[in-house]
Structure formats: structure tokens, C-alpha cells
Design a protein around this ligand. Structure first.
Ligand SMILES: *Cc1c(COP(=O)(O)O)cnc(C)c1O
Length: 304
């Protein structure tokens, strides 16, 4: 009874993201009442194992007591304050703690409110870095095949998945999309970690042709989540870092999905033993508790 009521009211009001609403007629949404640890409890009285970690965000369990207590304490002290010319202790403490564990050189923190918006900030930061250092002609971005970086217009422009971007192509920036990187169906007939990263030739060609008009290349490190959890060799990232340095192109490391231990290292780019110029993090950062993200950069970019 209760379940049917909430299902019907959902159908009446809610337009859900990243799904075809027509499917709702056959598969109505599961309305969740409460949650604990790895389990969700529906208004239908059923228990669900949250095997997608509520879209890869929930790293520390639902209704984690330690986090809940900290949130309740914080909301009684300070719930929000303007961040221009004002600051607050939790933001400063977060930066202090993260700097200790981030890849080397990442020391300047900008705060945003979801994954897509910190990707937007990273793109603008890269563009402005070149603008301020005498290269306003660097207006384009490079990205990997089947990349996913979010749903806002800039983030969608550095995405290569037609599934999300196709109908919006007329609105998007003209970026450079590599091809060939696909370890599952390797076009060179090789297997991952037993190859010479032959697919990197596409990146080399792109840098030769467009390196001087490019502000930054953006990557999901090691693991391309939305593409279907596609994993690629760390060597690809090492080669890319070298090429970026050669051509003066910045490297943006989108750790929104892979960060905070999802690949066995705290940040996935550590597998390649390199540091990016800008690192984006969101999902695991708050474990789904808050809409928050960070675009973190180096003193070099900040100083410009
Ligand atoms: C989820 C995701 C984003 C977008 O984050 P939102 O919070 O949904 O805007 C960007 N990049 C990657 C790699 C992601 O997995």
C-alpha cells in the first residue's frame, strides 16, 4: 500500500537522471526509506544490497555513525558561510589533511559542488593558466576515447561517449578525441600489460597536429568507469605525462570515480608514478554525504 503510493507519486513528479523515463512504466523506481552499512531498505519492506555503492559514491557505508555525528556537530556550529574573503576551519583542515596524501606537488585547493562542476573549473583553470602566461591561443582540450567527465556543457565536451553527448554535439566545444585505447577489444590484437602501448600513437599524432593550440589533456586514470569499467595500462599515462611536458600542455587527472582507494592506491594516477597539474575529486571525497568536489592544482598554476 505505502509502496504503491510512493511509486505513484514519484511517477507523477520526478524526472530521474541518466535513464529513459519510459522504462519507469515497466520498472518503477525502488523508493528507499532508510539505509545502514551496505544495505538499503525500501518502502516495499525489502532489503537491497547496494552493490553500485549509490553510484560509486558510498565508500564508507550508509549512515556511518562517525560521519553522522560529525555532521550533526558541524551543523550546530556553522552551516554555511560566503567563501569569498571569508573562510572556515573545516575547509582548511581538509586541505591540510589531503595535501599529505595527494600526489606530489598538489597544494592549492578550489571547492566546487559536484563532479561536473570541478571538471568545468579544471578546464577554465587550464585555459586561464595559458592566458596568463602569454598563450591565449591554447583554447582546446584533448581526451581519451570513451571518456566520461560529467554532464555540464564543458565536461560533456571532453566526453567521448555518444550515449551521453550525441544530440548535444552542436552545443559542444571542438575538442580533440584520441582513438585506439581499448584493452578489451584491442585494435592491435595485444593484451593489457603485455603490449607496447601501441595505441599511444593516436595521442602522439594529435599532439603533433594540435599540441600548440591545446590547453590541457584530461584523463580518467587507469580506470574508465562510465565506459564500462575499462582498465588500461599505467604506461599510457607515463607516456602522456612526458608528451604534456614536451608540448607545454597541462594534465588534468579526473579521479572522481577512481580516487580514494578504488583501484588499490589512494589515487589511481599513483599506479603510473606521476603527478598531474590538476586533480579532480568528488564521489569518494564525501562518500555521497555532501555534494562537494575539489579541483586541486600546483603552485605553478596558482602562481600564474
Ligand atoms: C561521476 C563522474 C563525473 C561527474 O560527477 P557528477 O557529480 O555526476 O557531476 C565526472 N567524471 C567521472 C570520472 C565520473 O565518474
Amino acid at each position: 500500500m505505502e509502496q504503491n503510493y510512493w511509486e505513484a507519486e514519484d511517477k507523477k513528479y520526478i524526472w530521474h537522471p541518466a535513464m529513459q523515463m519510459k522504462d519507469n512504466e515497466v520498472f518503477p523506481p525502488v523508493v528507499i526509506d532508510h539505509a545502514k552499512g551496505s544495505y538499503l531498505y525500501g518502502t516495499d519492506g525489502k532489503e537491497y544490497l547496494d552493490i553500485i555503492s549509490s553510484w560509486w559514491c558510498n565508500l564508507l557505508g550508509h549512515c556511518n555513525e562517525e560521519i553522522n555525528e560529525a555532521l550533526k556537530k558541524q551543523v550546530d556550529e556553522l552551516e554555511h558561510v560566503i567563501f569569498t574573503n571569508f573562510s572556515h576551519k573545516p575547509a582548511i583542515k581538509l586541505a591540510q589533511e589531503l595535501e599529505k596524501v595527494l600526489p606530489e606537488g598538489l597544494s592549492r585547493f578550489t571547492f566546487h559542488d559536484n563532479g561536473s562542476s570541478c571538471v568545468e573549473a579544471a578546464l577554465k583553470m587550464a585555459f586561464q593558466y595559458h592566458y596568463q602566461t602569454g598563450h591565449p591561443e591554447r583554447t582546446r582540450f584533448m581526451c581519451l576515447p570513451e571518456s566520461y567527465h560529467g554532464e555540464t556543457i564543458g565536461a560533456l565536451s571532453v566526453g567521448s561517449m555518444d550515449f551521453y553527448a550525441k544530440i548535444f554535439h552542436p552545443m559542444l566545444m571542438d575538442n580533440i578525441h584520441f582513438d585506439g585505447l581499448d584493452c578489451y577489444r584491442c585494435p592491435y590484437g595485444k593484451t593489457r600489460n603485455h603490449c607496447g602501448v601501441e595505441c599511444f600513437e593516436s595521442a602522439e599524432k594529435a599532439f603533433k597536429q594540435y599540441g600548440k593550440e591545446t590547453a590541457a589533456v584530461i584523463v580518467e586514470p587507469i580506470l574508465q568507469g562510465a565506459a564500462g569499467m575499462r582498465i588500461y595500462p599505467a604506461e599510457y599515462l607515463k607516456k602522456l605525462r612526458k608528451l604534456c611536458d614536451e608540448y607545454g600542455v597541462l594534465m588534468i587527472d579526473d579521479e572522481i570515480a577512481a580516487g580514494f582507494g578504488r583501484t588499490g592506491k589512494l589515487f589511481a594516477i599513483e599506479h603510473a608514478g606521476i603527478s598531474p597539474d590538476i586533480l579532480c575529486t568528488s564521489k569518494g571525497l564525501t562518500a555521497g554525504y555532501m555534494p562537494m568536489s575539489l579541483a586541486i592544482t600546483t603552485d605553478k598554476v596558482y602562481d600564474a
